[in-house]
Design a protein around this ligand. Structure first.
Ligand SMILES: C[S@@+](CC[C@H](N)C(=O)[O-])C[C@H]1O[C@@H](n2cnc3c(N)ncnc32)[C@H](O)[C@@H]1O
Length: 280
């Protein structure tokens, strides 16, 4: 099979699933990320490649997110490996990392904790930009941590990954103190399922999306409590949140005595990030 024939087959499938713009985008990513093919020569795919092609289009036809088919997600300025054990990193989270890097630009040697690290996207960018910072990253999922560790090794970054159920406060005593906490926790309510794409609902890990017992604020309350115990004075907290409950998240931190609490809008003008500091 020639590449042009395979491409036509791919195009038919994608056009059934996506609008024209997204289909064209996925088509391009497909050839670059799976076959490292950027166009030009209409060569014949060899047997092994045809097997890879067939498997990939079968997955796409079933609505698998393209990132799980290619195993590649782009985050900030790095290429990361992803599979179905981790959430596909989102552009909003790139904005959270950007905010963190900007707010801490005059700091030195911070000790940072990432809660719910998934693919490791957050500490990987932080460590890549700030080699003087120490990053600890936790997740309840061992399979997610294996992906995160793999990503850190690919980029030759030293990050301390630990398995931990963050909602179990009895586990906190084993942690040292931190200068900053960052997190994109599970925050989607069950009532939002109807607005989500079927590819996310079917294939992304529900543990990464939906908080336990449908308590959409639980991770924010726990981060606030953890910070009271383990954040150094003047330490900062950076959190991604649901655009619909940023105000409630802000009030959690106000009630716990945090200062300089801000709701920050993302590029879509949605209330997406919360910044808070521990009084010094
Ligand atoms: C929204 S995902 C964020 C992943 C990654 N930081 C990102 O931004 O793409 C939330 C992560 O929290 C983890 N998680 C869920 N419950 C947890 C818990 N009780 N303790 C620690 N991590 C948890 C999930 O496994 C998932 O990797």
């Amino acid at each position: 099979m020639k590449i042009s024939e395979a491409d036509e087959k791919l195009e038919v499938i994608l056009n059934q699933l996506y609008d024209a713009k997204e289909a064209a985008n996925i088509q391009k990513i497909f050839w670059t990320d799976i076959f490292n093919y950027k166009g030009g020569i209409n060569r014949t795919l060899h047997t092994q490649e045809i097997a890879v092609f067939n498997e990939a289009i079968e997955k796409l036809a079933k609505n698998f997110p393209i990132q799980y088919v290619t195993g590649v997600a782009y985050f900030y300025d790095l290429k990361l490996f992803v599979d179905e054990n981790v959430l596909i990193p989102r552009p909003e989270t790139e904005e959270l990392v950007h905010l963190f890097l900007n707010e801490t630009r005059f700091e030195k040697k911070l000790k940072v904790l990432d809660v719910g690290t998934g693919s490791g996207c957050i500490p990987i960018i932080i460590k890549n930009k700030r080699s003087d910072y120490t990053c600890v990253a936790i997740d309840i999922s061992k399979a997610a941590l294996a992906v995160a560790q793999n990503n850190a090794e690919r980029h030759e970054l030293k990050i301390d990954f630990r398995v931990c159920d963050f909602l179990d406060a009895s586990a906190w005593s084993s942690f040292e103190n931190f200068d900053a906490i960052i997190s994109n926790p599970p925050y989607i309510g069950q009532d939002e399922k109807t607005k989500m794409t079927s590819s996310t609902l079917l294939f992304e890990p529900h543990q990464a999306l939906f908080p336990e017992d449908d308590d959409v604020l639980i991770f924010y309350k726990k981060v606030a409590d953890f910070g009271l115990q383990k954040l150094n004075e003047g330490g900062m907290i950076f959190l991604e949140c649901n655009e619909f409950n940023a105000q409630e998240v802000k009030e959690i931190f106000q009630r716990k005595g945090y200062v300089s609490i801000e709701i920050i809008r993302d590029m879509q003008e949605k209330d997406r990030m919360i910044l808070a500091s521990k009084a010094s």
